[in-house]
Write a protein that binds this ligand. Structure first.
Ligand SMILES: C[S@@+](CC[C@H](N)C(=O)[O-])C[C@H]1O[C@@H](n2cnc3c(N)ncnc32)[C@H](O)[C@@H]1O
Length: 237
């Protein structure tokens, strides 16, 4: 699949599954995604008054967690190219009455912000989906301030022997069927294992963080490597 058709395909996937996305995430990950998100927030240690952009924010969970930490004196942007995903994020935002959270329709490949704007740039379960990982990491690095933080929480390639084989059986074979049964979407959920096949392992992604200009890269493997958190720092001027 070339870059443009991947982008169009991914866009169509998320436009079509938006209303089931949160429920399916919880079901398919056995609720693990909530623990992974909590772990990521603990490591980021966001402080009141800081600013953050959550790229590919989807239905907004990470952006909302960031907005909780920055408080109203801070600023958080959630950006996504799926209007249907953003609509659900908007509902959650209005329930919380978070005026300091701004939801923006945009493309991760070209962020509509000046250099050195945010303290943090995060991306959750989405680097697998973008047409060019290097470009997105470079964009995220560009928009954070010197000394700022870029973080990705993403599915990865499990490392525990035994568990690994069992996991792939679930992920490659069973998961698309669960997608069909619970969300009536087979093709869209077959995309999930497919997208991981071509995605770098955690060490390689760590090197891509460095190539994008980040330093002191930290890698945390979660649930035996089913997911990984990468954190990198933009060098101070
Ligand atoms: C698996 S969802 C993750 C959503 C959210 N970050 C989370 O943690 O639940 C991937 C999201 O990336 C968005 N996305 C994929 N490619 C994008 C791009 N090039 N620009 C902006 N958003 C993109 C999709 O619309 C979708 O909402």
């Amino acid at each position: 699949m070339n870059k443009q058709s991947k982008e169009q395909f991914v866009h169509q996937v998320f436009e079509s599954i938006a209303d089931k996305y949160d429920m399916m995430n919880t079901l398919l990950s056995f609720r693990r995604h909530k623990a992974w998100r909590k772990f990521a927030m603990k490591k980021l240690n966001v402080q009141p008054g800081q600013s953050a952009i959550d790229v590919c924010c989807g239905t907004g969970d990470w952006a909302i967690a960031l907005a909780e930490k920055t408080g109203r004196e801070g600023r958080v942007v959630g950006l996504d190219f799926s209007k249907n995903m953003l609509e659900i994020a908007e509902q959650k935002k209005s329930e919380k009455q978070y005026d300091h959270l701004e939801l923006v329709h945009g493309n991760a490949m070209s962020l509509p912000y000046e250099d050195h704007t945010f303290d943090y740039a995060t991306i959750g379960f989405a680097l697998r989906n973008v047409p060019d990982i290097h470009q997105v990491l470079t964009e995220m690095t560009r928009v954070v301030k010197p000394g700022g933080v870029v973080a990705s929480l993403e599915l990865s390639k499990p490392v525990w022997p035994g568990f690994k084989q069992l996991y792939y059986l679930y992920f490659n074979r069973l998961l698309p069927f669960l997608g069909k049964v619970f969300a009536n979407r087979y093709e869209q959920y077959s995309w999930l294992p497919e997208s991981l096949k071509h995605f770098p392992d955690s060490q390689e992604l760590g090197r891509m963080f460095e190539t994008a200009g980040l330093e002191k890269v930290e890698i945390y493997l979660l649930t035996g490597g089913v997911a990984a958190l990468h954190i990198g720092y933009k060098p101070r001027l």
